[in-house]
Design a protein around this ligand. Sequence first.
Ligand code: ZN
Length: 113
Amino acid sequence: MHELTLAERAIGIVEAAARKAEARRVTRIRLSIGALAHVDPDTMQYCCEVVSRDTLAAGAQIEVVRAPGLAWCATCSAEVALKQIGEPCPQCGGYQLNITDGDQMQVVDISIE
Ligand SMILES: [Zn+2]
């Protein structure tokens, strides 16, 4: 499952940061998921909970925020906002779009104690 791989990566990043900060545990994790990434936020949250068991992030509150998608429209020669993959350009209705942002997952910040 795609989300599980991403969750493992996210928790790995979180745990490395927590260890570096000599934290006893992670209390909160904020993840950003691009609107154009094929990731379901609820599934992602669940996978993070599963993956974080037996890590410093066990029991942490996991918050998933959606980052807007951006694409370059070759017809308009402009960067446009996209809600999801497969949508036409909101300005001209064209499909000559190159995704420039919003297909990534990022760990935004974490709270530790
Ligand atoms: Zn356009």
